[in-house]
Design a binder for this molecule. Structure first.
Ligand SMILES: [Zn+2]
Length: 273
């Protein structure tokens, strides 16, 4: 999955670490696109001078390599180009793909929280932790992570597969949705399933989870059994299709990045779910 970075370790602690031009990476975003040098984000020395590093913001480290954010976009050159963050799904180095998507999550939070929601003052960064503070009213804003559930609904030898009605992704997926305030993960799974396909579920069990910076979320995967009749009532604003697919007819996942793919593949291969 996207966050599997082999033997490397992700360090999210907020620390003061001086940028190293020839070793560390720049993560620069322009709305939903990221500055790339070919198949990877640029090393600092490929995009900034030593003097320019003073304006960069430390994000995190992966093993001994650190990643820094620029709050303003760069001018594109022949070798440095902004590309859609969806392009990150195709990167050949998993740790750089994970770093870039995680940087996108953080950048989105920083961009959307420049002013205090209580008094409209400009927010400042706290010195000692990853948080923004209002110098006027003292409100502290911590990074936002939206929990969301993915549900694999099993009915005998069949799994319910869906397609979204909008967006770029037209391959098969599972029922998914954000957790609402006051809900448990299990009750969110039950509600999303009923809202999207009109089915009841039982025997809900945890499967796995995954940080997913594309949607600023933490995805939590569950499998559950159908409770009642398998008649689908499609919510067409969210889904274009929902079908019961026999285990042997489930298409093999082409990507191994997402929890959805892992869950579909686990069911297809008859693994414990
Ligand atoms: Zn304020």
């Amino acid at each position: 999955m996207l966050h599997n970075i082999d033997a490397k370790e992700y360090h999210c602690e907020y620390i003061c670490r001086k940028p190293r031009l020839s070793r560390d990476y720049l993560l620069s975003f322009r709305e939903d696109s990221i500055l790339m040098r070919g198949q990877r984000p640029p090393v600092l020395a490929e995009a900034v001078t030593a003097a320019q590093t003073a304006s960069l913001q430390y994000l995190f480290s992966i093993s001994d390599t650190s990643f820094y954010r620029s709050s303003t976009p760069f001018s594109e050159t022949k070798t440095l180009q902004y590309r859609s963050v969806q392009y990150l799904r195709r990167l050949t180095e998993p740790w750089l793909a994970f770093a870039s998507v995680t940087g996108y999550h953080l950048d989105t939070w920083y961009r959307r929280n420049q002013y205090c929601g209580g008094c409209a003052s400009t927010l400042c960064h706290k010195d000692d932790k990853r948080a923004l503070v209002c110098p006027k009213c003292g409100q502290i804003i911590y990074p936002h992570i939206a929990p969301a559930v993915i549900v694999g609904i099993v009915h005998g030898e069949k799994l319910l597969l869906t397609k979204y009605s909008a967006g770029f992704n037209q391959s098969y997926a599972l029922i998914a949705g954000f957790v609402e305030i006051g809900e448990t993960l299990e009750s969110a799974a039950q509600r999303e399933v009923y809202e999207e396909v009109g089915l009841r579920i039982k025997n809900i069990r945890y499967y796995d989870n995954q940080p997913w910076g594309f949607s600023q979320s933490l995805l939590v995967g569950f499998f559950a059994e159908l409770d009642g009749v398998p008649r689908i009532t499609l919510e067409t604003r969210e889904l274009s299709e929902a079908v019961w697919v026999d285990r042997s007819d489930i298409p093999q996942s082409v990507s191994t990045l997402s929890l959805t793919s892992k869950m579909m593949e686990a069911f297809r291969l008859g693994q414990p779910v």
